[in-house]
Ligand binder design. Sequence first.
Ligand code: ADP
Ligand code: MG
Length: 245
Amino acid sequence: MEDIVVKDLIKVYKTGKSEVIALRGLDCAIKGGTILAIMGPSGCGKTTFLNIIAGLDRPTAGSVKMGDENIVDYTDSELVTHRRDRVGIVFQFFNLVPTLTARENIELPMRLAKKDAKTLRTRADELLVLVGMGDRAKHKPDELSGGEQQRIGIATALANDPPLLLADEPTGELDSETGHEVLALFRKLRDEFGKTIVIVTHDQRIGQIADSIMTIVDGRITGEMSGEEFHQRSLEAVRSRSSPS
Ligand code: ADP
Ligand code: MG
């Protein structure tokens, strides 16, 4: 997929007479086929940023270019197409439909995209196997562990084969081991399928899979480093904590 170039993104939320400035001129470039991690304190604008790239919300000003197109200029119906075909979203709380089975959840975005029954079935099977849930197709969300639900969440996000995956604290509700497996799954989606992946996270292990890590403070990018550099720094931090000399 082409790179995503974000320029001077501003988002002001107006509620009644008060205003909240969530993004204050955010600039960044996301290279196609890479994993970008976004870190930053609560309320700094991470979710706002993802929602705008996802086409779920519009910025107050600024541009988001994918190839030659600026999605900020899209009409409402162009945004619907953008959300359906180009973006898969992975949520912290999985966002599965509780009354549907794992398979039916994965099929849902394809139904909305009016895919035929055969495509639905083969694609759902393929995705269940891809996320390691081939034997859980008929389970409802409440019969699955958190890690399993997140795998189904990722399969659902992949249903229409979008080039871009956006994940908002996808390991926030998972134990350490399961969170690690979910991160490994994102790595596989980049390495084997060339997906572009943006992950908002507090998980220090993100350095093991991300190509780059950006920090947002107060609605702006304040720092960027490679995943490798971040990984080395977290190792050093662990070492200095365990040997205080
Ligand atoms: P983060 O995901 O980094 O915690 P958010 O993007 O959710 O931050 O929020 C950034 C700021 O915008 C916060 O001050 C938040 O309270 C505010 N905000 C987010 N969504 C809305 C909204 N729909 N209406 C008003 N204020 C909002
Ligand atoms: Mg958030």
